[in-house]
Design a protein around this ligand. Structure first.
Ligand code: SF4
Ligand code: SF4
Length: 427
């Protein structure tokens, strides 16, 4: 596969094949089996990629990068807004506290900072209303973009369970563009609204024309870019005496269990599920009706929730501890959503439901799909079943699938070849 052919317009990742050693770490971790190693180089099936960024974290050779917007792009706008996720303030060393982490963005050159944390209470009330207004949908599910794209590809029957409510990052980004235009008397195109992305999947949502964050269309700057720019500036930040508003209670959105708890306090039976493996397991159980009785489930690919996102740098347990300590702090009035609600014109912040994406299905026709599974299983039965990944596919079933579709051969299985030489037959 020609790596240059990858659609970098919408993908959140770039692969530098010359750095790849074919170690298979990324192939084993990919939740949609979108990666293979062939001839010692990684290959991506971009239709299957949900842009979760787990492969970026897995690669120790720097062969997979996020497709970040460069920080320098912000200097082309008369006014700029940084939109920060709730996990942003807890990614820095202890010396850089919540206030200093925001001052860092002003020092880099942003004029305004809009925080997801400002809308934590609004998100809870939107979710509670959604659950109460949809008694026939249980559980109602919310998740980060990677989870939603995973559901589109692997759990299309559960798409109706998703709470079709706009994301706080998109709402607050749109609100700030409007606010700056009013304050400065300028047209919307004079305001650059940039997401500081904690997760690769957020980058893809900004880049896609049909993405989940249309209000953040000016760009998504990876948190790692910001971290690099801030490192070494600690003294400047501590000397910076400007006043900044803080919303510590709203940082609860950085931890899936706190987010679920807030909805639980309003009378819902809730559950928080984090980490790709757990998310896959719980979605399978919901699909098979083996997990019932919950009103609302928060799903997040990152460990502990947003703090474990793929572009964050702090250990998710340490970042989680910082969030809990901050959430307990009293700190002035929260964000007043009156103006935002008055101007929204969409009081429920409803968005269009996601449609199934048939990339993991073998065939649209069930009879034909079952026949294909039977044939793939036949091939799989000829393989050793060790799931060793030495062939470049993540497991024996994936290799059997590749063989069925003509993308690999039985001889790619080294153990199968060894058995042939040894005269061992598998039946
Ligand atoms: S971004 Fe996620 S889905 Fe895409 S190749 Fe990497 S691990 Fe797989
Ligand atoms: S993790 Fe993937 S991209 Fe990185 S070196 Fe290993 S096979 Fe190549």
């Amino acid at each position: 596969m020609d790596i240059k052919a990858l659609n970098t317009e919408t993908l959140s990742i770039t692969i530098e094949r010359e750095h790849c050693t074919g170690c298979m770490r990324c192939v084993r971790i990919c939740p949609t089996e979108a990666l293979r190693v062939r001839n010692n180089v990684v290959q991506l099936n971009e239709d299957r990629c949900i842009n979760c960024g787990r492969c970026i974290e897995a690669c120790t050779e720097d062969a997979i990068h996020e497709n970040t917007t460069s920080v320098s792009v912000i200097y082309g706008y008369p006014y700029t807004v940084a939109v920060i996720p709730a996990s942003y303030p807890v990614q820095f060393p202890e010396a850089i506290d919540y206030a200093a982490s925001k001052k860092a963005l002003y020092q880099i050159g942003f004029d305004y900072i809009a925080e997801e944390a400002m809308l934590a209470d609004l998100k809870t009330s939107l979710i509670v209303d959604y659950v109460q207004n949809n008694p026939d949908i249980r559980p109602v599910i919310s998740g980060n973009p990677a989870v939603l794209r995973l559901m589109q590809a692997r759990f299309p029957s559960l798409l109706r369970n998703i709470a079709n409510i706009d994301h706080p990052l998109n709402i607050i980004g749109g609100h700030y563009r409007d606010l700056v235009c009013r304050e400065k008397g300028c047209p919307p195109e004079d305001v650059g609204v940039f997401l500081i992305a904690s997760c690769a999947s957020q980058i893809s949502e900004v880049r896609r024309p049909d993405g989940l964050y249309p209000n953040l269309r000016d760009g998504a700057i990876s948190f790692r870019e910001i971290y690099r720019a801030v490192r070494g500036r600690t003294e400047d930040l501590l000397a910076d005496r400007r006043e900044v508003d803080l919303y510590p209670a709203g940082l609860s959105l950085a931890l899936a269990d706190l987010e679920a708890e807030k909805a639980g306090e309003k009378g819902l039976k809730t559950l928080a599920v984090t980490g790709v493996g757990n998310v896959l397991d719980v979605l399978s159980r919901i699909e098979n009706q083996q997990l019932e009785g919950y009103d609302y489930i928060v799903l997040h690919c990152g460990i502990n929730g947003q703090v474990g996102d793929s572009l964050n740098v702090e250990n998710p347990c340490i970042a989680g501890g910082k969030v809990r300590n901050l959430v307990r702090k009293e700190c002035g009035p929260g964000f007043d959503t009156e103006d935002l609600l008055r101007r929204s014109g969409n009081p429920g912040f409803a968005i269009k439901p996601l449609q199934p994406k048939q990339v993991m299905q073998l065939d649209g026709n069930i009879a034909k799909a079952l026949e294909k599974i039977r044939k793939i299983q036949e091939i799989r039965n000829r393989l050793p079943g060790l799931d060793c990944a030495a062939c470049g596919a993540p497991n024996c079933f994936a290799l059997a699938e590749d063989i069925f579709f003509g993308k690999a051969e039985l001889k790619d299985c080294v153990i199968h070849v060894k058995h042939l030489y040894d005269g061992v037959q598998r039946h």
